[in-house]
Design a protein around this ligand. Structure first.
Ligand code: CP
Ligand code: NVA
Length: 305
């Protein structure tokens, strides 16, 4: 997330709004990136990112090539650095979903073209960009809003959200057990953004207190992909962090509930909340498509109006 400046992020969100309007006015395929191609490489499962990235590319006139890790020679041990040098001689952009963030950095080090993070163990920036578009649509702005993330404060979604929110001037509260506090490198960067935008950041362990006066409450799964071996430990640590109707009632009356999905009803959120009147999770999922079109366009044709 922090590879973008706050200005870049605002520009991408503006582009996403523009592209979404054009999509709804009937211009489904724009052809602005005709002749360009993108490799979409998945080391772990995906529904939203997989489908919305492929469609985002097609709707801009691009040719997407979806690859699962194991069907490429990566699955047989070809080094990432060799794969990056080869793929980037064919395509204009590489997007990858990986277990280890280090794998993405290795791709970026050796690729001749931009490399986009479609989720790693450290960050999920495409999700955060779509979430910012969603907050803008629903709340009309960012400055002064209180965004509370409840749950696993050390996970990919929380990290990118903290960075995006502070870049745009939102006050960020993370309610998480001390053992799952966000990574220091992420918080240090977020404090830098917050200094410039006037945002406040708080990490506390009491979800009840955290959500007081919240404009947005956000959560994510307790057990992320790749954490299956420590699933029980995480469930134990997070058992008091379920987003319930009672918790929502402590926030502002017009609070919205967000979740990147997939959700585990009965763990991080109740069925009643996710299906309830405060939930905007489907709009969030929809906005992945438009936000990602903006990212592709911004990376490949930065001067497109
Ligand atoms: N939110 C999200 O990235 O969903 P997928 O894992 O289905 O892509
Ligand atoms: N934190 C979750 C997000 C899924 C989109 C995971 O990494 O599994």
């Amino acid at each position: 997330m922090a590879d973008l400046t706050p200005w870049d992020l605002s520009r991408i969100i503006e582009l996403a709004q523009h592209l979404k309007r054009r999509y709804y006015s009937g211009e489904r395929v724009l052809n602005v990136l005709r002749g360009y191609s993108v490799a979409l490489l998945f080391e772990k499962p995906s529904t939203r990112t997989r489908v919305s990235m492929e469609l985002a590319a097609i709707q801009l006139g691009m040719h997407p090539i979806v690859l699962t890790w194991s069907e490429t020679q990566l699955g047989r041990g070809e080094p990432i650095k060799d794969t990056a040098r080869v793929l980037s001689r064919y395509v204009d952009l590489i997007a990858a979903r990986v277990y280890r963030h280090e794998s993405l950095l290795e791709f970026a080090r050796y690729s001749l073209v931009p490399v986009v993070n479609m989720l790693s163990d450290k960050e999920h920036p495409l999700q955060a960009i779509a979430d910012m578009l969603t907050i803008l649509e629903v709340k009309g702005g960012f400055k002064g809003l209180k965004l509370v993330f409840v749950g696993d404060g050390r996970n990919n979604v929380a990290h990118s959200l903290i960075l995006a929110a502070t870049m745009l001037g939102m006050n960020m509260v993370v309610a998480t057990p001390p053992q799952l506090a966000p990574e220091k490198s992420v918080l240090d960067k977020a404090y830098e953004f917050a200094d410039a935008t006037g945002a406040r950041i708080e990490v506390i362990d009491d979800p009840q207190k955290a959500v007081e006066d919240a404009d947005v409450i956000y959560t994510d799964v307790w057990v992320s992909m790749g954490e299956e071996e420590i699933a029980e430990k995480k469930r134990q640590l997070l058992k008091d962090y379920t987003v319930t109707t009672e918790l929502l009632a402590k926030a502002k009356h017009d609070v919205v509930f967000m979740h990147c999905l997939p959700a585990h009803r009965g763990e991080e959120v109740t069925d009643e909340v996710i299906e309830g009147p405060h939930s905007i999770v489907w709009l969030q999922a929809e906005n992945r498509l438009h936000a990602q079109k903006a990212v592709l366009l911004w990376l490949l044709q930065p001067r497109t109006p």
